[in-house]
Design a protein. Structure first.
Length: 247
């Protein structure tokens, strides 16, 4: 009887209650006499373009390159193979990049994006205002030798002021300088661990234990040394201070 009442009540409910409306999406090109609609379409196209190249921009104009390379060299120096995992190292490098670049991001937003959203500047002024903080950051961390090389290869005139440096020459020069700096830091990281490997290999050879892989003995010693000296704290602090953050 109860099942019959339930089925009857279900049938008495109007069908409009159970109807589901599915929205439709139309994509096409139509003529318009309103220039604001054209401007809005161009803004959406520009936004999608920026979002598509955002990962490449993150690698090119921020501190991510130096951090990622140093963390990778550290893992190889320790000899821990895939520990920490690559995803963890990249996530750490990414969040440190946001921490280091936060003043630059704030200036770019306050000087460029916010006035543009308020309608105070146009697209050209937006690009100039947003790129200025990033250009100052890259110039501060780029060697003159690398910048001169890229200017010479591009065939541009020698810039007289920092404002005259084009982003086309500055970005590759900045990345070359970042790779050089990361390799220098990686070399300094390798030295203590290399000494441990040499000492362990010499001791095992003198004891006649040639069948025992030296890495089985040196790896715990390297991990112990890295933990005792608080290696992560020293490394992260040195990397952040190398960009002029924290004094």
């Amino acid at each position: 009887m109860r099942k019959l009442l339930l089925s009857t009540s279900f049938l008495l409910v109007p069908q409009q209650v159970w109807a589901v409306t599915i929205p439709t999406v139309k994509v096409g090109l139509t003529n318009t006499n309103n220039p604001h609609q054209v401007a809005a379409a161009l803004q959406i196209l520009l936004l999608l373009t920026v979002l598509s190249v955002a990962p490449a921009l993150l690698l090119m104009v921020t501190s991510f390159t130096r951090l990622a390379v140093v963390f990778s060299l550290l893992r190889h120096a320790l000899g821990t193979q895939q520990t920490p995992p690559t995803q963890i190292l990249l996530a750490l490098a990414l969040f440190l990049t946001f921490f280091i670049m936060s003043p630059v991001f704030s200036r770019a937003y306050n000087q460029g994006i916010k006035p543009y959203l308020d309608g105070e500047i146009d697209e050209y002024e937006l690009f100039q205002s947003v790129s200025k903080p990033f250009k100052e950051f890259m110039l501060h961390n780029t060697r003159e030798k690398d910048l001169a090389l890229m200017v010479k290869l591009s065939g541009e005139k020698r810039p007289l002021t920092p404002e005259d440096v084009s982003m086309v020459s500055l970005i590759p020069a900045f990345m070359i300088s970042e790779l050089r700096t990361a390799f220098e830091i990686g070399f300094l990281l390798y030295i203590p661990f290399l000494i441990i490997d040499m000492v362990v290999a010499s001791v095992l050879l003198s004891m006649g234990m040639m069948m025992l892989p030296p890495v089985m003995v040196s790896l715990p010693l390297k991990l112990l040394l890295f933990v005792l000296v608080d290696g992560w704290n020293i490394l992260i602090g040195s990397l952040v201070r190398s960009f002029g953050i924290g004094g």
